[in-house]
Design a protein around this ligand. Structure first.
Ligand SMILES: [Zn+2]
Length: 345
């Protein structure tokens, strides 16, 4: 099969489009999926550079998101059959620990995620447990079905499970353009909230307005905490989605109303920002950290996508062999929405 394989930790020159051994069934509960599309996530960049502690045999196949058609099933597989079009839940646990036994296998200490400890989706075929395959929501193309799982799963857990977002609330989403930020904007708007977004790019703020954002703040020209307070009659917002971190962290806390909630799943601008702890207790703030989400949360998203007919925001589709260029685009932060790899028609 054709695949893009990582030959060593480092730059995009370590990614090679080449012939690779196709995966074979190893367990009666596994399936083989012929992939039609994959999608990029920031974690792919960290993994490529060897910054996540991922220790895998090279050459390795990256990619946590994918969609395709089931072509082989183990003897004990009942939930899918050959020919089914599926999207992929990216994580699998040990099946034995306290987290795995309580539908929290995404917290398993032996967690394996596609593209990390499992060979990923930058390839024509992937092997994974059948229980990680779900029917593609009605109306979604293979590209869209590859684009939503990781970011919508993450956003759903952050906004719905953790922050308990309610209709009519005010939400601030930092760094619009990224996959998580785009999904947060879409879910928050669909839930009937007022959404403010930030970016350093006026073009991205304009695109965000087309996707439903109520206000855009260019944080290179004004302090987004001050402006958020001005836009909310000094009250502040109920929820901040901050996957950026860095110097903006203190401003995120300052933008929250009393009793507000901050959710985070990333720190692309810096992982050790200063924090005024007094602001957290004085203002009764909550901070929620999470990555990924449970299978139940994934099921809720699939229903949400079916019922709302929402489609993930796709930035650009690259052919699989142009994966290095796709990585460079993500690395430069030029995208608005998800960068997708097309693997087959
Ligand atoms: Zn476990």
């Amino acid at each position: 099969m054709k695949a893009v394989r990582l030959h060593g930790y480092g730059g995009v020159d370590q990614l090679r489009y080449e012939e690779a051994e196709p995966p074979r069934l190893l367990s009666p509960t596994d399936v083989i999926v012929r992939l039609k599309a994959a999608a990029l996530n920031h974690i792919d960049l960290w993994n490529r550079k060897g910054l996540t502690g991922m220790d895998v045999e090279m050459p390795h196949i990256l990619g946590a998101d994918g969609s395709g058609v089931v072509v082989e099933t183990g003897a004990d597989v009942a939930n899918v059959k050959k020919g089914d079009a599926v999207c992929l839940y990216p994580a699998t646990g040990c099946g034995k620990c306290e987290f795995c036994l309580t539908d929290s296998d995404f917290m398993c200490i032996h967690l394996r995620v596609l593209g990390e400890r499992l060979k990923g989706t930058y390839a024509e075929y992937v092997r994974l447990p059948a229980q990680n395959c779900y029917p593609i929501p009605i109306g979604l193309s293979f590209e869209e079905a590859a684009a939503f799982p990781l970011v919508f799963l993450t956003v759903w857990r952050m906004l719905v499970t953790n922050a308990r977002l309610r209709p009519g609330e005010n939400v601030l989403v930092l760094g619009i353009g990224g996959g998580v930020a785009g999904a947060a904007l879409q879910v928050a708007k669909q839930m009937g909230t007022h959404v403010i977004v930030t970016s350093s790019s006026d073009a991205k703020l304009e695109m965000a307005r087309n996707w439903g954002a109520d206000h855009g703040i260019n944080y290179t020209r004004s302090d987004f905490a001050t402006e958020t307070r001005a836009l909310t009659k000094k009250r502040g917002v109920d929820v901040v989605v901050d996957c950026v971190g860095g110097d903006g962290w203190v401003k995120s806390l300052a933008a929250l109303a009393k009793g507000g909630r901050l959710v985070t799943c990333g720190a692309t601008a810096g992982a050790s920002p200063p924090t005024d702890i007094r602001r957290i207790f004085w203002n009764h703030l909550s901070v929620f950290g999470s990555t990924l989400g449970s299978r139940e949360e994934f099921r809720q998203i699939l229903n949400f996508l079916c019922n709302t007919r929402m489609r993930p925001i796709i930035d650009r589709v690259f052919p699989l062999k142009e994966t290095p260029a796709a990585h460079e685009r993500l690395e430069r932060g030029e995208q608005f929405g998800k960068i997708v790899l097309k693997i087959a028609d």
